[in-house]
Design a protein around this ligand. Structure first.
Ligand code: BGC
Length: 812
């Protein structure tokens, strides 16, 4: 047994109430597909929910709720490859299949070995006849061979001899039923399910998705080095199964290995998925060899994402990193997929892609830039759909969907269920057009971090220009104000989707939307000017850029309206007129007021009436922009925003936010680390524990919160170091948060072709080490000085602002 330590995450004892949370957090994946940490002997019920999801594998179904037909596209729960059940058999015949809810579990333990990317499970079952069976399992979703998964099981008969029946299956009877709120929606995505056999030890299952017509095929080989009798069962159902009869002698251990291949018609380099799956399993080496190549792949990943933060925070960050790497691995770079907000770990939000990539790409840019590029390419491939959406709404340019799936159309549900009131309500969150600015922001930051002008000047520029064009057209000039306004939107806050008692959705001039739009417009003008002449001509021809357009962009970039009240940036126009909520009364009345919108709706009220936000909205600006950038953005817009004004704004929203999204704690922690350090830790702590403690009241079991997980990594990497990658330099402006990083922390980044650049901050010093290579030296800037670090050198810089001559020492 591996001891619990920084490299493991373990759960002791069997706790049905926490099982779904464990399943989500013990998910194993490789960026191509992922499987929840369900027990292989369990099928979906109230407690257990096995689920396997392949990146980008969606299907669209119509359901009938609240008297309406609604269409939803969701990430499909694929056939369960893990299924393996067992029961002792003696002269009296077979017992029941052992199951944790029906048999006694004397010991039960699950250990996620983060560094190795394997899940270990150990259970001692006692059946009704008192027979003790120890079950030890090791599973993995292969990180080097991304179509393969393995399950090794060691069975030990502790106090009996006889036979053990082991049934290994590929279960195609599954459906999408992992989120109770969606229970009224159609979840039957798999059709034409055909079990089959492949050779003496092999079973297969093929099927397709109902409307997207993706073909899915699995093949499994289940073997034991011990002599066993095996038979492939009759294939009458949507489940392929093979039965093994293992002779068991008291005290002896028998091993069973299940090797599985999973292909879909989206998998690269194949013809028929079934043929590919059978071929892959047929040629797959044995368990030990596959384990070795899997461990090598994980070792390489950890090296590229080295993170050294001490204590419990470090342990949690490694878990976050683990789940980020399993959802978005180097294999993702080969796929046409976006960033699924809830990982590949469950069915919440139906596997959709939101603005959450804003919290994910900045981390990936400095470790796996090829993955960032692929994720941005996912957006570029759907630029046509975004332009069509803009056109349909009467605008030019690209209007990206708030929720995106397979083809880039708007996937936001039109009705959502308030579980508190039981009412289906209209969902207006698709009005979050700020997602376009997030995409443009990510493209420009990616290019700054990587220097990838090839991408920036081609797909990147085309996307950014179309997003800018949308904003320029979307903004309408208001002669009375002498400014441009963007009306009828929803901001990141999401609670405010209309004015109180209004008969149409949307609010006007969301400050976050307008300021980020102004930034995109200004950057688009600069980008256009910086394109090589032939490319500028080509792109202008391609998108049919009018002569006067650039001038309009410049004008809108300088004259977008930002509302203020009492020296505070207003979240939107009219915010100042909203009622104050009696926060204390609501806190007294309800245990948890994170989802205040649902509480108020269930009370017959509406959150639209109050100065109450779900999550950081205005404050998001300080997550995206450094204090200097933010000041210059407000200057560009002709507003005075000094430090005092910003602090007043922070205070205002801090007292009026319910943190109903895991992103909220993260952003508040990030912002407060600079604005009000003493209060930052509470929020950073909330961001760190969001999923492990399931702070959003049971939502983690439906999928991890990938944005918050990656965001915490980025908090260490950029938030607390002030690391920026602009102007072809690495600049740093550290803001220490000792509760998080102890007396020192470090990490490794990949920067402009330098692999393994190490940064370590401890005891008021920054050490930067650049490995030997033929790349250009790196310019490192601190607020008061700059140095140039050549490959093969290591520099130590004192971080206090004493005269530069005292504070700089070369040691390499
Ligand atoms: C948040 C959004 C986020 C989405 C997906 C929502 O609860 O309010 O900001 O994009 O979850 O993570």
């Amino acid at each position: 047994m591996i001891p619990a330590g920084p490299a493991t995450w373990s759960y002791e004892g069997y706790d049905p109430d926490r099982e779904r949370l464990r399943e989500a957090l013990c998910t194993l994946g490789n960026g191509v597909f992922a499987t929840r940490g369900a027990l292989p002997e369990c099928t979906a019920d109230e407690v257990h929910y096995p689920g396997t999801y392949a990146a980008g594998c969606y299907d669209r179904l119509t359901s009938h709720v609240a008297g309406r037909a609604v269409e939803n596209e969701g990430l499909v729960n694929l056939p369960d490859w893990l299924a393996l059940r067992f029961r002792p058999r003696d002269h009296r015949g077979p017992a029941d299949w052992l199951h944790p809810d029906r048999a006694r579990t004397l010991d039960h333990r699950c250990v996620l070995q983060l560094e190795r990317g394997v899940l270990e499970r150990f259970t001692r079952y006692q059946d009704a006849q008192g027979r003790l069976l120890a079950v030890r399992q090791l599973r993995l979703v292969h990180m080097a061979e991304p179509q393969l998964a393995l399950l090794r099981t060691d069975f030990t008969a502790e106090n009996w001899s006889g036979e053990l029946d082991v049934e290994s299956a590929l279960d195609g009877t599954v459906r999408n039923a992992g989120v109770p709120r969606y229970r009224d929606l159609n979840g039957a995505h798999l059709v034409d399910v055909h079990p089959g056999r492949a050779g003496p030890h092999g079973i297969t299952l093929r099927c397709r998705t109902r409307t997207s017509d993706l073909r899915i095929a699995l093949a499994a080989r289940t073997t034991s080095p011990d002599p066993v009798r095996a038979q492939v069962l009759d294939q009458h159902t949507a489940r392929a199964a093979q039965l093994l009869h293992l002779p068991m002698a008291e005290g002896r251990t028998v091993t069973v290995d299940k090797t599985v291949a999973l292909y879909t018609s989206r998998s690269p380099a194949i013809g028929d998925p079934l043929w590919a799956a059978v071929d892959a399993v047929g040629h797959a080496p044995g368990f030990d060899e596959l384990l070795a190549s899997h461990l090598t792949a994980w070792r390489q990943l950890w090296r590229r994402a080295e993170l050294d933060v001490p204590g419990e925070a470090g342990r949690i960050l490694r878990l976050h990193l683990f789940h980020v790497l399993q959802t978005l691995s180097p294999h993702t770079a080969e796929l046409d997929v976006g960033v699924p907000a809830r990982g590949l770990h469950g069915e919440a939000y139906r596997g959709h892609v939101f603005w959450d990539e804003l919290f994910v790409l900045p981390y990936l840019n400095l470790h796996f830039p090829e993955v960032s590029r692929a994720l941005l390419t996912y957006r570029h491939r759907r630029l046509g759909a975004a332009c069509r959406a803009a056109r349909d709404a009467g605008h030019r340019g690209a209007m990206y969907p708030w929720q995106s799936g397979s083809d880039g159309r708007e996937e936001t549900q039109r009705l959502h269920l308030n579980p508190r009131s039981g009412r289906w309500l209209p969902d207006h969150t698709h009005l979050q057009q700020h997602v376009g600015s997030a995409i443009a922001h990510n493209i420009l930051r990616y290019a700054e971090a990587t220097g990838d002008t090839e991408f920036l000047h081609t797909k990147g520029a085309e996307t950014v220009l179309q997003i800018a064009r949308f904003w320029a057209d979307r903004a309408a000039y208001d002669g009375d104000l002498g400014r441009y306004r963007i009306r009828g939107v929803v901001g990141p806050d999401e609670y405010h989707d209309a004015y109180p008692d209004a008969d149409r959705p949307g609010i006007d001039d969301n400050a976050y939307t307008n300021v980020t739009a102004a930034w995109v417009l200004a950057r688009a003008v600069v980008l256009l000017a910086s394109l090589p002449e032939p490319r500028r001509v080509e792109l202008s021809e391609r998108i049919v850029l009018d002569d006067g357009e650039e001038e309009v962009w410049r004008d809108v970039a300088h004259r977008l309206y930002v509302p203020f009240h009492s020296g505070v940036i207003s979240q939107f126009e009219g915010y100042a007129g909203l009622a104050e909520l009696d926060w204390d009364a609501y806190r007294r009345k309800y245990d948890d007021i994170r989802r205040l919108d649902r509480i108020l709706e269930a009370e017959g009220d509406s959150v639209n009436r109050y100065r109450a936000s779900k999550q950081a909205d205005v404050l998001m600006l300080a997550h995206l922009f450094s204090p200097g950038e933010l000041a210059s953005l407000f200057r560009q817009l002709g507003y005075a925003m000094d430090d005092t004004g910003w602090r007043r704004t922070v205070d205002h929203y801090l007292r009026r936010t319910s943190h109903g999204s895991t992103l909220s704690g993260l952003v508040h922690g990030w912002v407060l680390a600079r604005a009000r350090r003493s209060e930052a830790w509470t929020f950073v702590h909330e961001a760190l524990t969001g999923d492990i403690a399931d702070v959003q009241g049971g939502t983690t079991g439906e999928g991890i919160h990938l944005g918050a997980m990656a965001g915490t990594l980025d908090l260490v990497q950029r938030g607390l170091t002030g690391l920026r990658t602009r102007d072809d330099a690495l600049s740093l402006d550290p803001a220490p948060l000792p509760e998080l990083t102890g007396s020192g922390y470090g990490f490794t980044i990949r920067y402009r072709g330098h692999w393994g650049v190490r940064l370590r901050l401890s005891h008021g010093r920054l050490r930067i080490t650049v490995p030997m290579s033929d790349r250009a030296p790196i310019r490192v800037e601190l607020p008061d000085r700059a140095v140039t670090v050549r490959p093969g050198e290591s520099w130590e810089l004192l971080l206090d602002r004493s005269p530069a001559s005292d504070s700089l020492r070369a040691s390499g």
